[in-house]
Design a binder for this molecule. Structure first.
Ligand code: C2E
Ligand code: CA
Ligand code: CA
Ligand code: CA
Length: 275
C-alpha cells in the first residue's frame, strides 16, 4: 500500500540518520584517539620478486578504540575523510613513520598512504618538507602512495603538487591501479615512480582468466613505460611464479608478511649491518 511504502521510506531515512550520527561520533572519537595515542602503525614488507629480498615496508594506520577495540582502516579512513580528521591523521602518520624509519639500521624504503583530502585540504608539500626536515629522513627512502582519485578533481593542481614532491626526491606511487576511474592518460600526465596492481586482481590470478589477463596487461604496460610495478595481495606461491614469469618487479601480501608492529620484523630491520 501507499502507507506501507511511506513507512518503509521513513524507516530507511531514520536508519540513514542513525548511521550518519554514528559516523559523526566515530569522527569525534578519532580526533580524541590522535591526542590519546590510540593510533599506531603496522608495517607490511615489500619484497623483490626475483630474489625474495626485502625492499621496504608499507605503513598502515591502526586504531584501537577504548570501547570498540580494533577499528579497521576500511571503516575509519572514510570517517576521517568526512570529518576532516584525515589532515591531522595523515600528518601524524607521516611524522611517526618517518621518525620510526630513521631508527632502523636497515635503510629500506617506507611507503605512506596519502588520501585525496590531504591534497585538497592541506599544503601537502609544506607538510612533507616539515617532516623531512624534523626527522632528517633521506627523501629517497620515502614513498607516497596515491590513488587515481587524486588526479580526477583538479589534474593540473595535482600534477603540480606531485612534481614539487618529486623534486624533493620523494617517490610517488600510483596505488590500487586498475580500480576506480582508471584513465591511462594519467600515466602520461604524471611520471609515477611505481605502479601498484590492486590486490583484487592479484588474489584472483588462479581463479579468474580475466584477472590474470589484467595483471599480465598491467605488468606489460608498466614495463613498456619503464616504470617499476608492484603486485599487492600475494597470498600463494603460484602467484609468485606467475609474477616472476611476467617480469613483475616487486610484491607484497600475506605470503611475504602481514602488516604488523615493526618489532615483529626486528630480525630483518634491526639485526642488520648499517646500509
Ligand atoms: P591499501 O593502501 O590498498 O593497503 C593494502 C591493504 O591490503 C591493507 O589493508 C593490507 O592489510 C591489505 N593486504 C595486504 N596484503 C594482503 C593479502 O595478501 N591479502 C589480503 N586479504 N589483504 C592484504 P588495511 O590495512 O586494512 O588498509 C585498508 C586501506 O585503508 C588501505 O588500502 C588504505 O587505502 C587505507 N589506509 C590504511 N592506512 C592508511 C593511512 O595511514 N592513510 C590513508 N590515507 N589511508 C590508509
Ligand atoms: Ca597503499
Ligand atoms: Ca589496494
Ligand atoms: Ca587504497
Amino acid at each position: 500500500s501507499k502507507d506501507g511504502g511511506r513507512n518503509r521510506h521513513t524507516f530507511y531515512e531514520a536508519r540513514m540518520e542513525e548511521e550518519r550520527r554514528a559516523r559523526q561520533v566515530l569522527g569525534v572519537d578519532l580526533r580524541n584517539a590522535l591526542r590519546a595515542g590510540d593510533l599506531h602503525v603496522h608495517f607490511q614488507p615489500v619484497a623483490d620478486v626475483g630474489t625474495g629480498s626485502l625492499l621496504g615496508f608499507e605503513a598502515l594506520a591502526r586504531w584501537t578504540h577504548p570501547e570498540r577495540g580494533v577499528v579497521p582502516p576500511g571503516l575509519f579512513i572514510p570517517v576521517a575523510e568526512e570529518s576532516g580528521a584525515i589532515v591531522d591523521l595523515g600528518e601524524w602518520m607521516l611524522e611517526t613513520v618517518c621518525q620510526e624509519a630513521t631508527r632502523w639500521p636497515l635503510a629500506c624504503t617506507v611507503a605512506v598512504n596519502i588520501s585525496v583530502m590531504q591534497f585538497e585540504k592541506s599544503d601537502l608539500v609544506a607538510q612533507v618538507d616539515g617532516v623531512l626536515e624534523r626527522t632528517g629522513l633521506d627523501p629517497a627512502r620515502l614513498e607516497l602512495e596515491i590513488t587515481e582519485s587524486v588526479l580526477i578533481h583538479d589534474t593540473d593542481y595535482a600534477v603540480e603538487v606531485l612534481n614539487r614532491l618529486k623534486a624533493r626526491g620523494v617517490r610517488i606511487v600510483l596505488d590500487d591501479f586498475g580500480t576506480g576511474y582508471s584513465s591511462l592518460s594519467y600515466l602520461k600526465r604524471f611520471p609515477f615512480d611505481k605502479i601498484k596492481i590492486d590486490r583484487s586482481f592479484v588474489s584472483e590470478i588462479g581463479d579468474s582468466q580475466q584477472s590474470a589477463a589484467i595483471v599480465r596487461g598491467v605488468i606489460g604496460l608498466a614495463r613498456g613505460l619503464g616504470v617499476p610495478v608492484v603486485a599487492e595481495g600475494v597470498e600463494q606461491a603460484a602467484h609468485v611464479d606467475m609474477l616472476r614469469e611476467e617480469g613483475c618487479d616487486q610484491m607484497q601480501g600475506y605470503l611475504i608478511g602481514r602488516p604488523a608492529p615493526i618489532e615483529d620484523y626486528g630480525d630483518l630491520v634491526f639485526d642488520h649491518p648499517m646500509a
